[in-house]
Structure formats: C-alpha cells, structure tokens
Design a protein around this ligand. Structure first.
Ligand code: GLC
Ligand code: GLC
Length: 643
C-alpha cells in the first residue's frame, strides 16, 4: 500500500500543480507542506473507504482540489488565525477556556443580536461559544434545527450567512471561538439532495439509503437501536413519492447520508470547508456514532465512522488547520473515548461525567461516579473533554452496566430509578423533569429539564420553601464546580447561570409538543441579562456563584493541563480529585448529599502534606491538614496548601 500511495502521490501532485499556480510562492510552500504531511493518512483512509472503486483516483483528486480552493479563498484573517492556533494547538486545555452554548433566538433575537451579547459573554470569560443550529431547515418540525436543508443558508428569521461570518469575526477579535454543529449524519428531506432523490434522480437516491421494499430494512432493523421510539418504531420511513423506504435514524424527515458513496463524502467535505471559511472554528460532529452502517450490527460506532472523520480531519488540516472537531457520541462509555484523538476529534462531550453527577445527586452516593471517572476520565494530552451539566438534549443514563455491576448495581433497575427520581415520581424527589422517549419494549426512557428545575428550585419556588431553593442553588453550583475544575472545557448551558426554570409553553405549540426537550430550551430575558449583577434572589446568587467558579478556574494554572487524580474519601457522599503536583497541588472535594459530612485528615495529608495550613479558594477559609473539615449539605472545597 505504501509504495502505491507514493506513486499515486507524484501523479496527484502533477495534477494539482495547475491549481496552485495562482497562489503566492510562500502560500504554495505552506500548502504543499501541508499536503505532503497529510497525504499518507488521507490516502489510507479514503482507500479503505473507497479504494476498490474504479473511480477512486478521480475522487481523491477532487478532494484535494477542493482543499486547495478552500485555502485560496480563505481570508487573511483566518489564515493568521490558523497560524496562531498552530503555535498553540493545545489551546483548548488552558484554564482560561470557558465554554457556553445558546440558541440565537432564545439568547438574543437573531444572529446579529448576538453581537450585543458579547459583553455578557465576556463577563463569564467565555471564549468558546457554541451557537445552536442556525441553518435553513423545514418550517414546523425540524428537530430544533438538526434537520438541515442547506448548510450554506441561514434560517430566515435568524439572519444570513454573512451575519454568521461577521459574528465569527467579532467573536474572534475578542478571542472567542465560534462553535457550530456540523449535522453530517443526515439532511432534512427538504435538502436539494433529498429533493432530487424524491424526484426520482438515481444519482441522488444513492446519497441516502433507499430501498424498494422491506427486505433489507427488516434485516437492518433487527439489530438497530431505536433513538426516537415515540416518533416511529424501527429506523426506516416510507416515502410515498418514490415508493422507497429511507433510513431515518432520528425523525422521519431526517434522512441518513450514505457514506459508502464517495460522492456523499465529497459533497459533505465541501459543505464542511464552506463553514470553515465562514469562520466556524469548532465543528460539533452531530450524531457521529451513527455515520457508519453495517448489516448485522447496531450500525453505531462502526470503524467506517472513525475513518470518515479522520479523513475529514486531514482535509481541514490542509485547508483550515485552526478547525477542530468535537465529538457528539452519546453512547456506551467504552465507545465515547474511541472518537477522541488528535487525528479524529480533539474535543468530546463528556456524557458520562454529566450523567453520573446527576446519578450521584439522586442517590447521594458517589461510588459509581468515582469508579467510572477513575477508569475512564484519562484521555490523550492533545485532547480535551467538554464537561457539562445540561445541554439542549435529554439526559440519558449512559453509564456502563459492567461498572455498575462491580458495585452490585443493576443497570436496568438503576436507570428506572433515576427516571422515576428525575421525573419527580419517586417519593421525596426534589426534581421536576419530563420524560423523554419512553420505549415500552425496553422500558428505556430519558429525562428533560433545566438544571434549576431538576435540582429542586422549581419545587422550592412552588412550595415557597427558601430552604429547598437554597439547596437547589448549592446542587447546581456543586455540579458546575466539578465541570470547572476537573479538567477540560466547562460548558455552561446558558440560562443555568441564571437558574432559569423549565418552560412548559412548548406544550401549546403543535410543532414542539411531542418533544419534551423543548422544556429546557428557554428564553433569556433581556432585562435579566443586563441587570443580573444587581439582582438579589436565587438567580443573582447562581450568577455570582458561577462568576466566582470561573475566576477561581482562570487563576489556577494547574486546572489547565495537569492530570486529574481521583481519590477514595471514606465517605460515599464525597467526590474528590486533585490537580497539579507537589506545592502546586489543589484538592477538590464535594458533598453530593444533604447530610453534613467531614473530609478526613487522611485525604488531606495524603494530598497536601502533614501539618499544613490549607486555604479553600471558594470560601477563602483556612483549615489545618491535621483536622477534619466539615462539609455542609452540597458544599465543596477547593484546597491548596498555604505557601
Ligand atoms: C444530536 C442532537 C440532537 C438531535 C440529534 C439528531 O444528537 O444533539 O438534538 O436530535 O443529533 O440530529
Ligand atoms: C441518543 C443519541 C444522540 C442524540 C440523542 C437525542 O442518545 O445517541 O446522538 O442526541 O439520542 O436524544
């Protein structure tokens, strides 16, 4: 294969040379060096996917050409940015990186309006801003924008693609990276490709998985997981216009793309490069786990999905090297980590930490959280977790049943308990969540709700119970503290910093009422945003807690790149980890229960030494390492030895 790749390289270069001509000498050198570096890997990946096809070389050449054209069209400003990032490729592991995510129309009126929100983002020291899907999509139901009809056009009410470009530029000036979804597992049924397929165009029918009868769909369906069983059973949808069954992992109107077809790879690569040149710096690879399909398997986490992403990654390294990928693989923890590497996704959601913090809050027991983090948190130094408490999606209980079994926990029963707890059904639960996608065959279900509602604020407000309200703020602050200090990018689901509650108005909207995730997609009120520093209720308290956490994070270097060690605490209520070494070491310990629990001197001495005076960054109180440190309900401390 190697010598084949070499021979092919020389031929390819001679074909590419005419495209390089119009570039300056120095640009040519830059680009040729990148092509030379990336070529062996890209060739390897593409030949694994498409090498057996007679037209392989044609596709290979076209792909490299589009990378060259993208580079040619890339603005000087973005090229400078590429250079800046290449000098510091690990920028995402810095303690100074704080993430936030929002919908344009809920956080501002539209994309232009977001420019006015930059000062607010700066208050929270945000420099990674994920703007939820803003692309053209069907009117009515569109899965919150995840059914893309055109990757180059913005949904009319949100603005235009040049608004996105301007916003990206303004954000970049403030050192904020723009993050956008790259919804590449499927398009909407209104995308031009789908429309052509609908009109009977065979070339475009091959962009999707379309079958004339149930024979093949039945065979696939036998081993597939149902993602939205409320919507439809099985993973295929009948399309009457063309008399075909089409593969639709998610909703009927979201058609899965067929990556066994190299035309699809090329088409999607050029959409990706288009976004890169508009200034999107991080591409969140939506539903990455589903992109490779294989009969007789779950068609999740297939090898082809990895190869596909690695090939795309190689292409961005040539045309737009500042671009990094973030993996959205909400799958079994064994698989989540397989997407994370420098040549695949440098960033990844950490669904396990998210789910298990909620699990620990419900059980008041951190054993499963501790065990899972101890064995699964460590990832390569060149990559970072994106740690979150809530997102626009449901909470799925994605822990490993094998990990749970080690602790004598039955995964199925435990999930069912967690669902009952967070939907508020379980006696004594503080939570007000909504059920999502109950599957009667497997009993599976997920949970929706804003963090504030899930942690008890809604119940507290309803019952006029200040104590419950206070506990809720403490629970949220505790979880956000973990995301701030554990290592990786903390991602604030905007609205959480304001302790915003569930919004039930989606039930009155015909296009939303069947999807309870809308309960936690809530509007931030302009007045609240502008006056939040002066508001003296639970919202103001949550905001100031968040700011305090952020300030602690950004003033401690160890929170950036150092490894994380998890510690036994001798109490099932406490979760503890340390960062940094020796004199620099900091020790986090949080109480996931409403009981008062003490940190033992053992833990303190082991980590911070004998006879030391310790300071807690959060309360600024002093302690001795030789005595117990009592923690109130849901309290945490971040301790450092006094120098
Ligand atoms: C991702 C999104 C989710 C969407 C799904 C299908 O998981 O986060 O909101 O429903 O993909 O695109
Ligand atoms: C599943 C999928 C994930 C998707 C979610 C939507 O967990 O793995 O990709 O976002 O469902 O609910």
């Amino acid at each position: 294969m190697k010598s084949q790749a070499g021979q092919c390289y020389n031929k390819l270069l001679s074909r590419l040379k005419p495209y390089l001509k119009s570039l300056s000498k120095s640009d040519q050198i830059v680009l040729l060096t990148r092509i030379e570096n990336e070529y062996p890997a890209i060739f390897g990946h593409l030949s694994t996917l498409y090498g057996s096809r007679a037209d392989f070389f044609y596709h290979l050449e076209e792909i490299f050409k589009s990378a060259i054209v993208t580079y040619k069209n890339r603005s000087d400003d973005l090229k400078k940015h590429d250079l800046k990032r290449s000098k510091n490729p690990n920028w995402h592991s810095s303690e100074n990186v704080i993430g936030a995510v929002a919908y344009a129309d809920l956080f501002a009126d539209n994309i232009n309006g977001l420019n006015k929100r930059i000062p607010y983002l700066k208050k929270l020291k945000i420099n990674y801003f994920h703007l939820m899907p803003f692309f053209d999509c069907p009117d009515g139901e569109n899965d919150g924008g995840y059914a893309v009809s055109d990757y180059r056009t913005v949904r009319k009410d949100l603005g235009s693609i040049s608004d996105v470009e301007k916003l990206a530029k303004n954000l970049r000036k403030e050192d904020i990276a723009l993050v956008a979804d790259f919804v590449f597992n499927h398009t909407s049924n209104e995308h031009t490709w789908a429309k052509k397929a609908l009109s009977g165009d065979k070339e475009f029918q091959d962009y999707y998985y379309m079958f004339p009868d149930r024979t093949i769909p039945d065979q696939y369906d036998a081993t597939l997981r149902e993602i939205f069983p409320d919507t439809r059973r099985g993973s295929f949808t009948w399309v009457d216009e063309t008399k075909h069954w089409v593969w639709t992992t998610f909703h009927n109107y979201q058609w899965d793309l067929n990556y066994s077809n190299p035309d699809v790879f090329r088409a999607i690569a050029s959409e990706m490069l288009f976004l890169a040149n508009k200034g999107v710096e991080v591409l969140r690879l939506d539903a990455i786990a589903f992109t490779g399909k294989k009969m007789g398997t779950t068609s999740e986490n297939q090898n082809d999905a990895h190869i596909l992403v690695k090939a795309l990654n190689g292409i961005t390294n040539i045309a737009a090297p500042a671009v990094v990928f973030k993996s959205e693989a909400i799958v079994h923890p064994d698989f989540v980590n397989t997407y994370i590497s420098e040549d695949e996704c440098e960033l990844s959601y950490n669904p396990l930490l998210m789910a298990l913090m909620w699990e620990a809050l419900a059980t008041r027991d951190t054993k499963l959280l501790h065990l899972s983090m101890k064995s699964r948190f460590q990832i390569d130094d060149s990559t970072s977790w994106v740690n979150y408490v809530r997102s626009h999606d449901d909470i799925g209980w994605t822990f490993s049943d094998e990990d749970a079994a080690e602790l004598g926990i039955n995964g199925h029963d435990h999930r069912s308990f967690l669902n009952r707890f967070y939907s508020g059904e379980f006696p004594g639960s503080f939570s007000r969540g909504e059920a999502f996608q109950f599957n009667p065959d497997t009993d599976d279900m997920r949970i929706c709700g804003m963090a504030a509602s899930l942690t008890g604020l809604e119940k507290g407000v309803e019952n006029d119970d200040p104590n419950e309200c206070e506990l809720s703020i403490k629970r949220m602050t505790l979880m956000y503290a973990v995301t701030m200090f554990i290592g990786g990018i903390p991602l604030i689901y905007l609205g959480d910093e304001l302790a915003l509650l569930n919004d039930y108005s989606y039930k009155q909207n015909d296009h939303k009422k069947s999807d309870s995730r809308w309960v936690h997609r809530v509007e931030a009120d302009e007045k609240l945003l502008s006056k939040i520093d002066q508001i003296d209720d639970h919202r103001g308290r949550m905001f100031s807690n968040m700011v305090k956490l952020i300030n602690i994070r950004t003033s401690n270097k160890q929170i950036g790149e150092s490894p994380t060690h998890f510690h036994d605490t001798q109490s099932k209520h406490l979760f503890s980890f340390s960062r940094g070494d020796d004199d620099d070491k900091i020790l986090f310990t949080g109480n996931f229960s409403e009981h008062s629990v003490a940190i033992t001197p053992d833990l303190l001495i082991q980590n911070l030494g004998k006879k030391q005076v310790l300071t807690d960054f959060y309360t600024e109180r002093l302690f001795s390492s030789m005595g117990e440190i009592p923690l109130e309900p849901y309290q945490f401390v971040l301790l450092k030895k006094n120098s």
